[in-house]
Design a protein around this ligand. Structure first.
Ligand SMILES: [Zn+2]
Length: 230
C-alpha cells in the first residue's frame, strides 16, 4: 500500500477542503483549465463538494482566459498561445467581450487590462486551500490573513528573488502529512518548502510552514500570488 494513502488520505477524508462540508466529489489542484494537455502525471487531487466545485469553475475559466489575453495582448482567440483558451474564447464570446471591456486607458493614456480582482482572489484562495490541504493534510477553511498578487514583471528584482526562493524549513511537517512522508523519503530531495513545478511555464507552487502557513503560486510565469494563514 502506498504510505501516502495510509496516512494522509484517511485524515483528510470527510471534508470539502474549500468549505469544510461533506465531500461528494474530487477536484484537481490546480484545476485543469490552468494546465495544458498532456496533463502531468499524479496531479494532486483533493476532496470537495459539488457546490464548491461548480461555484469555482467559471471563475477559474475567467482567470485562465484573462491571463492568456494579457500575456498575448489580445482577446482574439487566434492570438492565444494556449489552444484550450482559444477554444474557450471562440465558444464563449461573452468572456472575450467582458475581458476586452476592461482594457481601459490609464492616466498616462496607455491601455491597461483591469482584472476583476474579486474573481482572482476567489480562485487564488481556492487554489491555496487545495495545496495546503494536499501537502499538509490541513484544512484551512477560515479566511486567510492576507492575499497578495502581482504580475512578476512589476515586482522589484529582489522581491522576485525572495518570492522564488525555496524557504528554509523551520519545523518538521506534521507527522503523517504528505510533506512529512516526502521529507522522510531520502530519494525525494524536494521538501515542503521547495517549489513544485506542476507544468513548466504554466503552474508552480510552494507550501511553507516557516512563518505561519502560506502558499505561493506562480501562474503562467506571469502572476505571482501569496496567501497566508497565521
Ligand atoms: Zn465545499
Amino acid at each position: 500500500m502506498d504510505p501516502r494513502q495510509l496516512f494522509a488520505d484517511s485524515r483528510m477524508s470527510g471534508f470539502c477542503v474549500y468549505c469544510g462540508g461533506p465531500p461528494d466529489t474530487r477536484d484537481h489542484v490546480p484545476s485543469r483549465v490552468l494546465l495544458d494537455e498532456p496533463f502531468p502525471d499524479n496531479l494532486p487531487i483533493v476532496e470537495c463538494c459539488t457546490d464548491c466545485n461548480r461555484a469555482f469553475s467559471l471563475h477559474e475559466e475567467y482567470v485562465a482566459c484573462f491571463l492568456s489575453c494579457v500575456i498575448s495582448g489580445s482577446t482574439d482567440p487566434e492570438q492565444q498561445p494556449r489552444p484550450k483558451i482559444a477554444r474557450i474564447l471562440r465558444d464563449s464570446p461573452a468572456i472575450a467581450a467582458r475581458i476586452q471591456s476592461t482594457l481601459l486607458p490609464s492616466d498616462s493614456n496607455e491601455l491597461v487590462w483591469s482584472p476583476e480582482l474579486d474573481r482572482f482572489q476567489t480562485v487564488i484562495v481556492k487554489l491555496a486551500r487545495g495545496h495546503i490541504a494536499y501537502e499538509l493534510s490541513l484544512p484551512r477553511i477560515e479566511e486567510p490573513i492576507s492575499v497578495q498578487m502581482m504580475p512578476i514583471a512589476l515586482m522589484p528584482q529582489d522581491s522576485v528573488a525572495t518570492f522564488l526562493s525555496d524557504q528554509p524549513t523551520h519545523l518538521w511537517p506534521e507527522i503523517g502529512s504528505r510533506a512529512f512522508i516526502r521529507a522522510c523519503k531520502t530519494f525525494d530531495s524536494q521538501s515542503v518548502d521547495s517549489w513544485r513545478v506542476v507544468q513548466p511555464g504554466g503552474y508552480q507552487y510552494l507550501v511553507s510552514q516557516s512563518d505561519g502557513d502560506f502558499v505561493r503560486l506562480l501562474i503562467a510565469d506571469y502572476l505571482a500570488c501569496e496567501v497566508c494563514w497565521d
